[in-house]
Design a protein around this ligand. Sequence first.
Ligand SMILES: Cc1cc2nc3c(=O)[nH]c(=O)nc-3n(C[C@H](O)[C@H](O)[C@H](O)COP(=O)(O)OP(=O)(O)OC[C@H]3O[C@@H](n4cnc5c(N)ncnc54)[C@H](O)[C@@H]3O)c2cc1C
Length: 445
Amino acid sequence: MTTPLTRPLDALRDACPVVLPGDETYDAARLPWNVAADLRPAAVALPTSTEEVVAVVRAAAEAGLRVAPQSTGHGAAALAERDLSDVLLVKLSGLTGVTVDAAARTARVLGGTLWQDVVAAAAPHGLTALHGSAPDVAVAGYVLGGGLSFYGRQHGVAASSVRAVEVVTSSGLVRASAAENPDLFWAVRGGGGNLGVVVAIELDLLPVADVYAGMLLWDRSHAPAVTRAWVEWSRSAPESASTSLRVMSFPPLPELPPFLSGRDLVIIDGAVLEDDATAEEVLAPLRALAPEMDTFARIPAAGLLAVHMDPPAPTPAVGDHSVLGPLDDDAVDAFLASVGPGLMFAELRHLGGAFARPPATGGALASIPGDYALLCVAVAPTPQAAVAGKAAAFGVVRAMSRWSRTNLVPTFTETRSDASRFYDGDDWARLARMQDPLFVANHGL
Ligand SMILES: Cc1cc2nc3c(=O)[nH]c(=O)nc-3n(C[C@H](O)[C@H](O)[C@H](O)COP(=O)(O)OP(=O)(O)OC[C@H]3O[C@@H](n4cnc5c(N)ncnc54)[C@H](O)[C@@H]3O)c2cc1C
């Protein structure tokens, strides 16, 4: 639904740098990290200060526009399914920075800051954070959608590590924490972009200087034995172990290392938060499967950002997701039979442990029930490839429907979905009542 514009959009330029359709830079400005997501907003704002965000949100409201916050556009696929013709896209990529308080073990990060910058700033203090697998995902979209880290089975969802947020709402700049605006503080930790533009986040850091982490890699011909063994192992793996299993296919590309180029593989990776001897004991049943490559070792905590080998640059991608319950041998067979050509990967991310336990002080998304998060992704450089990729991803999700739960993980959800599936029923109702209609998120309430 579009609303009538009440002011010429040129007026937005008084608030901050703004790019409009027809401007030479419009196509570059509207391009998200997921370059397959075709966003066509009414205008793109590029603020570099909190004051500019406050001014441009006010100007957008006065002009009859809604506002969509965006940090990197890793999660832009679902936003692209919306009509953005009356929406101002506020890109936070120019509002970044990290301040670490080593004594308090916290970091304050500005709205568009990437995880790689938080991890780099924390590392000299022997600290790290509940980051995800990719260095260039932003803190904001990840923590406000829950956030699944390779530290997560021990420490829970990353949203629960947020201590305070500064949010530009339709009433202006608001600080929210356990002590100030507690309702907003609860809502934003899960309801993210539906409540306002987050311009700063204070996070708890973990006292972790190094970590036992890495990957085990086999040719795909070993996938039946490896997947069955990992599923069996995961049933009793300690909470200190957070791992993922992926069936992956790489095209023959000269820029890829030979162990990946042109190959179909099965890869287990992640972290084990134990001393070396205990971690080796935990991983022994997987290592007994004789991986072709084994990089698990003690590494500086910052190295965990490289373990999952996420794409280093903006990538066109489509995907599908579901949350699975316990898996048996039939489930493993169905999974492997459904992962066909056309997918870059089909991943099972191990849940459980602290992911499933909401802390007393948690927000709207404080836990994720289920045993595994299934995520299937295809590279989609053309619209035809996107159609084929979506079909391939959906095929795996459909094949696993016998083992699926009804809930979804927001950060793994690539398409517009029923947002009530992200939250517990009562939390969903409370959150939906708090939605600010001025704002548009990739996943609406
Ligand atoms: C390669 C790759 C690896 C990933 N690995 C993981 C992983 O290990 N664990 C995991 O949980 N997820 C992972 N994700 C998913 C990722 O966490 C989500 O896509 C997340 O939403 C990205 O946040 P972003 O801010 O970078 O992206 P954006 O697309 O900019 O943001 C997504 C949504 O978050 C909200 N938002 C973003 N910034 C703000 C802000 N400043 N204020 C208010 N709302 C905001 C908006 O509603 C926006 O539509 C991965 C994604 C990719 C592509």
